[in-house]
Design a protein around this ligand. Sequence first.
Ligand SMILES: Cc1ncc(COP(=O)(O)O)c(C=O)c1O
Length: 413
Amino acid sequence: MEFPRGLSGEIMPNGKTHLRELAIRGGEPAFAAPLHVGRPNIGDRHQLLARINQMLDRRWLTNAGPFVQEFEEKICSYVGVKHCIAMCNATIALEIAIRALGLKDEVIVPSFTFIATAHALQWQEITPVFCDIDPNTHCLDVRALEKMITPRTSGIIGVHVWGRACNLDALESMARNNGLKLLFDAAHAFGCSHQGKMIGNFGEAEVYSFHATKFLNSFEGGAVVTNDDQLAAKIRLMTNFGFAGYDNVVYIGTNGKMSEASAAMGLTGLESIDSFISVNHRNYKQYAKLLSHLPGFKMVEYDSANRCNYQYVVFEVTTESPLSRDELIEVLRKENVLARKYFYPGCHRMEPYRSKFPGAGELLPNTERLCHDVLVLPTGTAVGVDEISSVAAIICQAIAQADLVKQSLGRHA
Ligand SMILES: Cc1ncc(COP(=O)(O)O)c(C=O)c1O
């Protein structure tokens, strides 16, 4: 555990506040070691090591081993979904789900997402058609989406950004009315619900990521969850080369299997999920208390009527803030706080999409603005309230000294 070298506004013995110099102005960095966004939630390491020992004793390391089976069962009962097919990561899980659903030609997706959502389509020569997002939810804007449906559209992939559900009712009826398949990228949304139903139960299928930075991790990992028996059977075949039994391949497939070591980690994390949520929630409230009063600092809020994993602490830094999002990121990086932009610069500004659709940004004003404004701050079980107080103090001090900070940034440019 690294401790900050000093709070930005230390109280001196004489009761006065001593403002230490920000690192951007030549002071010592507040943190001796980098404070990352998305440091893994580990759970009980003794349980993990016991499972790894069991796995080694069994010499069953992969191929639907007992830990993978148990992990799939536990995900099903936690989410209340019929089928879970655990996989090596969410990108492969998306690719397999897309193929199993028979998506083709064009699929509508947000550009405000991690690049894997778009690549999983393009990898299979399916064109991702980028749709703008609703500025309030950061998820697909259904009114914009309606105008993008053409005879070539075969489906929609919604992304539950920050674990907040897409506009599910509207997407489900739009998909139904237009004969489109509906898939969700739920990489951020394990443990989250919508109107009393866990995410994982919507559309034809949903895909979780259990990457190390995610709320629940299995080192690397992912899963497709679905209530459709036939689809589940097809996806399971595709995940294991199409093998329907020894020496019997009945379908084209790939290797998407989750390993036993990953499932051991996933199972261990699942046992600590309530404490992950409570630490994340505590951290979220601490940031809200210390930062949401700042001008131009709009915090992404979670609806307490739903279950939330609070894995992301996100601010939109608008033009009312004396320092821009990018200026704040520079200030924080100099302090060893590795705050992040998300999903900058937007999929449509990354290759191959930037070259294929050079004018896409004109149809994506909300996406472009958010890519410019979003600031994601460190949280998770590796981050304590004192560290959060230090991060917040740096931001408050930088805002209070915005002119000096801008001068220093000019010198560093
Ligand atoms: C929205 C989204 N989709 C897909 C992925 C891909 O997940 P993975 O790294 O498990 O392949 C990620 C995260 O990495 C993500 O944030």
